[in-house]
Design a protein around this ligand. Sequence first.
Ligand SMILES: Cc1cc2nc3c(=O)[nH]c(=O)nc-3n(C[C@H](O)[C@H](O)[C@H](O)COP(=O)(O)OP(=O)(O)OC[C@H]3O[C@@H](n4cnc5c(N)ncnc54)[C@H](O)[C@@H]3O)c2cc1C
Length: 416
Amino acid sequence: MTTKSDILIIGGGPVGLSCAYYLLKSGRKVTILDAKEIGKGSGSGNAGHIVPSHIIPLAAPGVVTSALKWMLDPAHSPFGMKVSLNPNYISWLLKFVFACNEANVQRSIKPLNDLGQLSAKNFAQIVAEEKFDCSYQEKGLLFLYKTEKALHDGQHEGEFMQKHGIPVSVYDKMKIHEVEPAALDDVIGGVHFTGDAHLNPAVFLKLLSDLVRVMGAEVLENITVTGFESANGKITKVKTNTGDFDAEQVVLAAGAWSPSIARDLKLSIPIQPARGYSLTVSANKQMPSHALILGERRIAVSPMGDVLRFTGRLEVGNYSMTPNPVWLQRIENSAREYLRLDEKLDVKETWAGLRPTTPDGVPIIGKSPKHGNLILATGHAMLGLSLGPGTGQVVAELLNGQEASVSLSPMRLERF
Ligand SMILES: Cc1cc2nc3c(=O)[nH]c(=O)nc-3n(C[C@H](O)[C@H](O)[C@H](O)COP(=O)(O)OP(=O)(O)OC[C@H]3O[C@@H](n4cnc5c(N)ncnc54)[C@H](O)[C@@H]3O)c2cc1C
């Protein structure tokens, strides 16, 4: 049996759900297919940071040297990678290494900044208009530092971002302890990106999936897309483990799994999974009052109402989603270096997720170069939540024949 729909979205993570929301608002009919429960891909256990300040791509000068240095200190390294001779993996690594330069940073700032600003505005609007109760807070993102060198580098980065319109405040030792009393005494300063926000991503995704259902979306869980039929440059059938789907338009928003799905269309999408972990505990006696990044250790901290979450680690190339207890313990140990934490934490959830990472650190958004009725919305790496609502809006604009609110040419697949 074949099911017909107007727009079929593959993937119900932050990107797919945001696309559904803006398409439904514009009057389109939407079906979402997800291989798992909606929102349970890589979106639910993340740090929940909404960070328009993140305008520097992952592929930047010095990243390869830092990664090599970190590998000499494996117990504290925020970075790891799989050893493999898989040609797709090697090709991705080479593209990444070649993209770690100033020219790539300069090329990426505008698309990341434009999409980040649009998305942050959309988050505020969705939460207010739809009355989402998801621990959303516009208190910025605060970096804490313990060493002069890291504080100096953080300030330098802050000044660079300020030149691109990002609001930044720099705090000395006295001020940082006034602003964030949960910081331990040996934290010597901080950099505050005051335009950022945070929320509980699992709650946000649950509310958004409930809302798109109410708005009329057909949301189908536990259905895996297995392939396609196409003719004359158009997808004519989306094949799944439970039957075929016909759709006028298809949106591929399957995060780190997008490359394997697109392979059947002979479309090469350079994305590797970058796995990370999170540890969620009951509220600490002294909760941090901000979303934080623990500078030297690169651990994210997110107070979310009655829970506190720590996230960290970026391991390229591994698709397993099993949380690694050794790294979870190391994440907790690192957090204890900066924050007044209870002696024993009451663990509520341990989690692993995959950041869908492109070699240049910019997402892939736009029409497929090979299929007239396929839109790609993937590769958001560490920003898939943050850039979700902006992506949703521009995908809806594309599918409605309108000019996109941000220029999509730097995000086209053809750049690779
Ligand atoms: C530790 C960690 C912390 C992070 N912190 C943040 C943060 O603070 N802020 C931020 O913006 N981002 C953060 N991220 C990144 C963010 O979680 C991802 O970028 C985001 O989840 C990507 O969204 P997506 O919708 O593209 O993909 P996903 O969330 O992975 O959703 C893709 C969906 O596609 C489905 N799917 C896969 N294959 C198929 C198939 N064959 N058929 C049907 N469906 C399929 C999956 O089940 C999944 O639900 C973090 C990530 C990690 C790992």
